[in-house]
Write a protein that binds this ligand. Structure first.
Ligand SMILES: Nc1ncnc2c1ncn2[C@@H]1O[C@H](COP(=O)(O)OP(=O)(O)OP(=O)(O)O)[C@@H](O)[C@H]1O
Ligand SMILES: [Mg+2]
Length: 355
């Protein structure tokens, strides 16, 4: 066989539909998440018969289908009825009550938002939504700076289901009582996929994204087992794409083991880039937050001192601020409650957001 037959021709591609590897791509089927989708749907179902819906608190580690499952149910809802509004908000992008109100207005197609303050925007929303009913999904809820929007929705929207999604099981504990008592959510945990499940999901995605038959079996096995080890489908999609690109770059018609290996190198460079060299004191603080995610800053400072940290409280706060700027942790204020306002610190799993 001629060497050239194995080479990719100009204009040829190994990808049939590369965007099927985007983390936002919503596949037609979401295997292994049927029960979770059902639970979300059944919390919404009462809205169909003009009753109030139930609320949900969804948690689980990164890259395991929480966002996908919620969006899938909303898409299904959209195809089923016009009477229930679907309002999906990513709180990483919209992290304050004002921004969230603006976003909801935009989702409701309401354009006259200029010169309106938060209260006025909420009045508009209230009037529009209370004519129907609505599902509010607040994804990455732990990223919000304040929770006034949530209180307003719980208090003043008559028929709704509120779904809150986060990586942190403990986040809910930081809520003040007046919100907790109105939310009273069901809890829905997303457990990590097994290795076999991860593999099957990636295999299905290959069917959408690549030209049939371009993956060598050993290359796929390597990618699938690496993704299975870190229990993260998003990382798996990253590996599939990088391996495909590596093969294309080499002008090859097949994705071989060496291309899969290259993709894995890229993943580890990415992961270490997310944890830049920290001074040892900062490392101590980061480790503390990692193993005590969700604790109050005062409690963390006590642990820090016990474990040999020598900085003052001010120094400790500065370390926390720096780690937060670096995206390695997040802090969120809790308001009111028995002990007054306090800051809760949560560890931020390195995210693969760049692809
Ligand atoms: N069961 C599944 N079937 C098909 N694709 C899936 C499945 N689970 C997850 N995925 C895909 O994996 C990627 C990551 O999933 P998703 O964005 O829902 O993760 P997540 O749990 O919301 O993570 P994070 O906490 O980091 O936001 C998406 O592209 C999603 O489509
Ligand atoms: Mg998500």
């Amino acid at each position: 066989m001629s060497l050239f037959n194995e080479m990719l021709g100009a204009g040829e591609s190994l990808f049939k539909q590369e965007d099927a590897l985007d983390p936002e791509y919503l596949p037609k089927l979401l295997p292994y998440r049927e029960l979770q989708q059902k639970q979300i749907a059944s919390a919404i179902k009462p809205l169909f018969s003009d009753r109030n819906g139930r609320n949900l608190f969804v948690f689980g580690s990164p890259g395991i289908g929480k966002t996908a499952a919620a969006r899938w149910v909303l898409r299904d809802l959209e195809e089923t009825t016009d009477e229930v509004l679907q309002l999906f908000i990513n709180c990483w992008q919209k992290n304050s009550t004002y921004k969230i109100m603006l976003e909801i207005c935009s989702l409701l197609d309401y354009k006259f938002t200029q010169n309106k303050n938060t209260d006025e925007l909420f009045n508009v929303i209230k009037n529009m939504v209370n004519k129907k009913s609505a599902v509010f999904v607040f994804d990455e809820i732990d990223k919000v700076e304040d929770l006034d929007f949530l209180y307003a929705i719980l208090n003043d929207i008559e028929k709704k289901t509120v779904v809150l999604i986060t990586n942190y099981k403990n986040w809910i504990a930081s809520l003040e009582d007046r919100i907790k008592s109105r939310l009273l959510p069901e809890t829905l945990e997303f457990k990590s996929y097994t290795k076999e499940e991860t593999k099957e999901i990636l295999k299905q995605r290959i069917g959408f994204a690549f030209v049939p038959g371009v993956w060598a079996q050993d290359a796929f096995e390597l990618v699938a087992s690496r993704a299975g080890e870190i229990h993260d489908v998003r990382a798996g999609l990253f590996l599939l794409r990088q391996a495909g690109l590596a093969a294309e770059e080499a002008g090859q018609k097949r994705i071989a083991l060496s291309h899969a290996q290259k993709s894995i190198e890229k993943l580890s460079t990415y992961e270490t880039e997310k944890t830049p060299d920290l001074e040892s004191d900062e490392k101590l603080v980061l480790e503390l937050v990692k193993s005590n995610s969700g604790k109050k800053i005062g409690e963390l400072f006590e642990l820090y001192t016990k474990q040999g940290g020598t900085g003052t409280y001010k120094t400790f706060q500065r370390r926390i601020e720096k780690l937060e700027k670096g995206g390695m942790i997040t802090s969120s204020r809790t308001f009111g409650g028995k002990e007054g306002n306090t800051t809760v610190i949560t560890y931020q799993q390195p995210k693969l957001t760049e692809f």
